[in-house]
Design a protein around this ligand. Sequence first.
Ligand code: AKB
Length: 323
Amino acid sequence: MKRILITGAAGQIGTELGARLADRYGPGAILATDIRAPSVWAGTAPAEQLDCLDLVALRDAVKRFRATHIVHLAAVLSAAAERDPARAYRINMGGLVNVLQVAAECVCGVFTPSSIAVFGPDTPRDPAPQSTLQRPTTMYGVTKVAGELLCDYYHTRFGVDARGLRFPGLVSYTAPPGGGTTDYAVDIFHAALDTGRYTCFLEADTRMDMMYMPDAIRAILELLEAPSENLVHRNAFNISSMHFTPAELADAIRVHIPGFEIHYAPDPLRQAIADSWPTRLDDSEAREQWGWCPEYELPDMVADMFRGLGKRLARHGSGSAGR
Ligand code: AKB
């Protein structure tokens, strides 16, 4: 039976993943931790304040909880990392190496997300193969490539069952993303409902690989449960589902909000990051090795986002979906 300690549980992935893991394994089998106070965690599992840079506290929490797995989500995303690269290096590398060290000592499995950001301008763009050049030009990408290598190193050297996924931009309505280059694809829905217009920080034709959160959460669960002997690539698997530009997303939003307006004011920092990433990942290895198959295309995702945001707005007594 799995007992899973999550770091960074109050973030965009953690908020939804914690609830799904609690459904799957029981609330008592999940310990949600975050550097922020547990009050920010609205999930169904017990929560604790924990800084993953504190090795002693991390080891203590893993032992006390008798964790069999650590799902390590705490990280600084791409745009935030470019604003303070030294901090991003410290948190992204320091947190992961602590998690792997404790996992080796306590015999835990590890899941940690990697990202499309492990690729750079030299990588084939459409699609980026599973095994290819990884020469990112961002600090976030540098930490994610090093993180993949560290996970493989702890697997071969110390037998840690470390697994990872290269996520594209993730879209969800439960918790906002923070500090990513793909965040526009979430912000745009809130702006569409609040004001009917959005100013995008990327150019209209910037095509990026994106995924709806339910597919991403299911991918994590499926990879966690995949038989170890089936996995050739561990850190980390390309996964992919949809690829769109801001202009195409705006068209899909107009199906629900016909008067929606989009304007463009590209931010040079985030535009340069987006331009350095591939537009699509080749996920055939994930499909072959553990049966990955996405369910959501752009129109389904947009409809579901408005359904979800509509429910949330109604619960909080403000705004209305589908205006
Ligand atoms: C970001 O934009 O930094 C993240 C990512 C692609 O990993 N969403």
